[in-house]
Every structure is written in structure tokens, then in C-alpha cells.
Design a protein around this ligand. Structure first.
Ligand code: C2E
Ligand code: CA
Ligand code: CA
Ligand code: CA
Length: 273
């Protein structure tokens, strides 16, 4: 019994080792990725549920590694946060997304994800300000997406920084709403401009009365706080009809468009279609 316990332990340890090695290898390559031009920003359309009008695009980072090929942000963002590379990478995404959006001939918003690590950076407000000036993007077209977990740390500090960002004219969306830790008090004290319902709720909505009830509750919350609500992960017409019936403001998901690289030309075509 002792031997088999030992074996299992070694097997487990070897697997942990492998995972740790993999993370170290990814971390090492991450620091080179910007310089080597391996990142690309993809854009996913956001639309008004009622009118079908384009309201914005979310910037989603893509990494094409020379030997690993496509690496999912789900796998490399946590590593980048752990090793600190997220500061440089996050700034790169922001700069490129703003520059590209400034060249579009429409006034669609550009939504950029902000890591909790970036919110902890003392230079964040200045970085955002400089990028807006440098790219010429109107601040009201920039939206920063933060998750609820971003603000469970030092709330006072986070609130201070978010207020400064808002003072620039930039808006704030709460991402993956419903999955984090936040209390209603967070909603009450934070200056946010949009709620994004996590896609797990819509995924379950047709089978689970609980998920549907949560969606309705979040929509009611948005209404009473006078904050628009966007539903993530809309994949079917049935889901879109449900959102329309419940009075959801905006939607995003594969049904409306997959994340894709976007040039000014493609945006123009998308708009006139
Ligand atoms: P997120 O911010 O919640 O982004 C939405 C994710 O859902 C994206 O995955 C998007 O491709 C995916 N998605 C959109 N519509 C649908 C749908 O209809 N069905 C399904 N199944 N999925 C859909 P992606 O691009 O793989 O990004 C994953 C996560 O990585 C993001 O989740 C975000 O947390 C993080 N991420 C991506 N880009 C950045 C970035 O530039 N900075 C930071 N800090 N995080 C990023
Ligand atoms: Ca997001
Ligand atoms: Ca999300
Ligand atoms: Ca998510």
C-alpha cells in the first residue's frame, strides 16, 4: 500500500512539474512576443438587441506562437499576470485597439479588457491618458472592462483609480457579472456604466429556471440603476429572442459575429450591410 501511495505521489508530482515547466516556458516566451510581433487584436461586435445597430467592439488578444501555434488567452493571460508581463501586454492591446478604432469612420465603442494587475499599477491613469492623446481616439469611445474580482482587493484604491479614469471621459463595464465575489454594495459604490452578464447564464437559460431568473434579476437591477446590460455568449436565435422579450439592451456572441481581425474597410462594410 505504501509503494502504490508513493507511485501515485510521484506521478502527481511529475504532472505538477510539467505544468510548472510549461508555465515557465510560456512566461519566457511572453516577454519576447511583443517584440517578435506575435500578438494580434481581434474584435467582436456588440449590438443593440432592439435595433440591431452596432454599439461597439470588444478587443480580444490573440497570440500566434512560432512553434506552439495558437495559444488561448485563457492559458496565457494568467501566466502574464503572474510574471508581470501583463502590464506591457495590456498597454500594447490598449494602444493598438485605440489606434485601430480611431481609424474607423464610425463612432462605435472599443471595449478593452483590463487585468486586476493593471488596475494595481500606479501609472495606469497616465498610460490611458497618453494613449488617448497619442491615438486621437475620443475618450467617450473607450470602454474598459473589469471583472468583479478586480475590485475585491484594495477597494478604496481601486475606486480612486476608476474615478480618475472616468474623469478622462472613459466608461467602465463590469465583465462576467454574476460569477465574481462582489456584493451589491460594490455595485452601489463603483462608477460603472455597463453590466455584462456572464455567458454561463444564457447558456443554461433554456434548461434552467434558476439561470433565467438570474438573467431577469440582473436586467431589473440594470433598469433600476439606469445602467445598460449586455448579454454575452449569444449563440442562437432563441437566446436572442429571449433577450429581446426580457428587455436586454445589448448582445454579443457567435450569432452576431465571431472575434476577427478588423480593418477600417471591413468595419465600413459591416456598417453599410
Ligand atoms: P472575456 O473578456 O469574457 O471575453 C469573452 C470571451 O468569450 C472571448 O474568449 C470570446 O471569444 C468568447 N465568446 C464570445 N462570444 C461567444 C459565444 O457566443 N460562445 C462562446 N462559447 N464564447 C464566446 P477569448 O477571446 O478566448 O478570451 C478569453 C478571456 O481572456 C476573456 O474573457 C478575457 O478574460 C481574457 N482576455 C482576452 N483578451 C484580453 C486582453 O487583451 N487583456 C486581458 N486582461 N484579458 C484578455
Ligand atoms: Ca471582456
Ligand atoms: Ca466576459
Ligand atoms: Ca470570461
Amino acid at each position: 500500500a505504501k509503494a502504490s501511495h508513493g507511485e501515485r505521489f510521484c506521478f502527481y508530482e511529475a504532472r505538477m512539474d510539467e505544468a510548472a515547466r510549461d508555465r515557465r516556458a510560456i512566461a519566457k516566451d511572453l516577454w519576447e512576443a511583443i517584440k517578435n510581433d506575435e500578438f494580434q487584436v481581434y474584435y467582436q461586435i456588440q449590438k443593440s438587441v432592439m435595433t440591431g445597430e452596432t454599439t461597439g467592439y470588444e478587443a480580444l488578444l490573440r497570440w500566434i506562437h512560432p512553434t506552439r501555434g495558437f495559444v488561448s488567452p485563457v492559458d496565457f493571460i494568467p501566466v502574464a499576470e503572474e510574471c508581470g508581463a501583463i502590464l506591457e501586454i495590456g498597454e500594447w492591446v490598449l494602444r493598438n485597439a485605440c489606434r485601430e478604432a480611431a481609424s474607423w469612420d464610425n463612432d462605435a465603442k472599443i471595449a478593452v479588457n483590463l487585468s486586476p494587475v493593471q488596475l494595481g499599477n500606479v501609472n495606469l491613469v497616465q498610460v490611458v491618458h497618453e494613449i488617448l492623446i497619442e491615438t486621437g481616439l475620443s475618450p467617450k469611445r473607450l470602454e474598459l472592462e473589469i471583472t468583479e474580482s478586480t475590485i475585491i482587493g484594495d477597494k478604496v484604491r481601486a475606486l480612486h483609480i476608476l474615478r480618475q479614469i472616468k474623469a478622462l471621459g472613459v466608461t467602465i463595464a463590469i465583465d462576467d457579472f454574476g460569477t465574481g465575489y462582489s456584493s451589491l454594495d460594490t455595485l452601489n459604490s463603483f462608477p460603472f456604466d455597463k453590466i455584462k452578464i456572464d455567458r454561463s447564464f444564457l447558456m443554461e437559460a433554456e434548461q434552467s429556471p434558476q439561470s433565467l431568473a438570474i438573467i431577469k434579476a440582473i436586467l431589473a437591477l440594470g433598469k433600476s440603476l439606469n445602467v445598460p446590460v449586455l448579454a454575452e455568449g449569444v449563440e442562437t436565435e432563441t437566446q436572442l429572442s429571449l433577450l429581446r422579450a426580457e428587455g436586454c439592451d445589448e448582445a454579443q456572441g457567435y450569432l452576431l459575429g465571431r472575434p476577427a481581425p478588423m480593418s477600417g474597410e471591413e468595419i465600413r462594410r459591416a456598417k453599410s450591410a
